[in-house]
Design a protein around this ligand. Structure first.
Ligand SMILES: Nc1ncnc2c1ncn2[C@@H]1O[C@H](COP(=O)(O)OP(=O)(O)OP(=O)(O)O)[C@@H](O)[C@H]1O
Length: 308
């Protein structure tokens, strides 16, 4: 797949001197749903604001398609739709007028046929004559998406699309975003809900303190999530993992008293009995043991944990 967005060595220091982005490199593939996951203040909004041309970078390069966001600003911007975090709508306007006006802002010729199909796709067509103020919160969010897509962009950014929305509306947003992707729009969403990234994304990028700490396919992450960890508390510390146990994925903590064993819980054969037998044969005893499933949250915490 070819990248539709390329971010190279992107650096952002705000006027205060605060470094919000530290040499970010990232490619977004055409047609994917990419979730940018990170805690509050990680730099998610700064990153998408730079790509969308709202905030200037300190250094580095971003291209959308073949357009450089600084040199070919208009071209780059015309390929992007942005759904901001806050509801930013004129409450007295009708749905139709709002969406039509947005398209005009991009200097695009009127295309009522396209706007009709867009409003139908977002289940807004029946509401087109209603004023924004009379719509429910969910419908207002749909109007924001319609505005962002009014100039036929190929890439849609959604900044925290379901922050503060109830469970039902969240499910609704998720299926709508999937439908948009199925029509060929590349989707980039920021979220601090791990569940949202897990549910929606083809790929997930973890950002923390202005750095991309990992980018991976969701499938690869789920494989890691399929892993279980067995922890054995030993009565007497070991100086190292014995050679004869090298074929097990074992790690010893720094005290030598906790032995951890990672294994794939989806394998039919459970490796724990064999390991315990081999430990006994080595004369290694344990006073306690427990297992736990690795979660996306564990992976995230282990990635960002050392950076406090
Ligand atoms: N205009 C600004 N001047 C100085 N610092 C800023 C400015 N805008 C953002 N920051 C700081 O940059 C860091 C990254 O902010 P950003 O909004 O990009 O994070 P975020 O990951 O989107 O967080 P959230 O999930 O809370 O929206 C934060 O520490 C923030 O305080």
């Amino acid at each position: 797949m070819e990248p539709v967005i390329r971010v190279e060595q992107l650096h952002k220091a705000y006027k205060s001197g605060f470094v919000a982005l530290n040499n970010i490199n990232l490619n977004i593939q055409k047609g994917e749903i990419f979730a940018l996951l990170g805690p509050n203040g990680a730099g998610k909004t700064t990153l998408i604001s730079i790509i969308c041309g709202i905030v200037n970078s300190s250094s580095g390069r971003v291209t959308v398609g073949d357009a450089d966001i600084q040199k070919d600003y208009r071209d780059a911007r015309s390929q992007i739709g942005l759904v901001p975090q806050e509801l930013s709508l004129s409450m007295f306007e009708s749905v139709w007028a709002t969406v039509k006006f947005s398209r005009g802002l991009y200097g695009q010729p009127a295309n009522d046929t396209y706007l009709e199909s867009l409003l139908r796709k977002l289940s807004l067509w029946e509401k087109r004559h209603e004023r924004i103020m009379s719509l429910s919160g969910g419908m207002k969010r749909r109007v924001l998406i319609a505005k962002a897509l009014s100039h036929t962009p190929t890439v849609l950014f959604l900044d925290e699309p379901t922050a503060g929305v109830d469970v039902e509306l969240r499910q609704d947003m998720w299926s709508m975003i999937r439908e948009l992707r199925d029509t060929g729009v590349t989707i980039i969403l920021t979220t601090h809900y791990i569940e949202e990234a897990e549910e929606m994304a083809d790929r997930i990028g973890f950002i923390n303190k202005g750095e991309i700490v990992m980018v991976d396919d969701k499938a690869a992450l789920m494989k890691k999530l399929g892993r279980k960890e067995l922890t054995l508390e030993l009565p007497a510390p070991l100086s190292g993992v014995p050679e004869s146990l090298a074929n097990y994925d074992l790690t010893l903590d720094e005290t030598g008293s906790t032995l951890r064993f990672e294994f794939d819980s989806r394998d039919d054969a459970n490796p724990i009995p064999a390991l315990l037998k081999d430990l006994t044969a080595q004369g290694i005893e344990f006073k306690d043991l427990h297992t736990r499933q690795r979660s996306l949250e564990d992976i995230f915490v282990s990635l960002v944990g050392g950076k406090e």
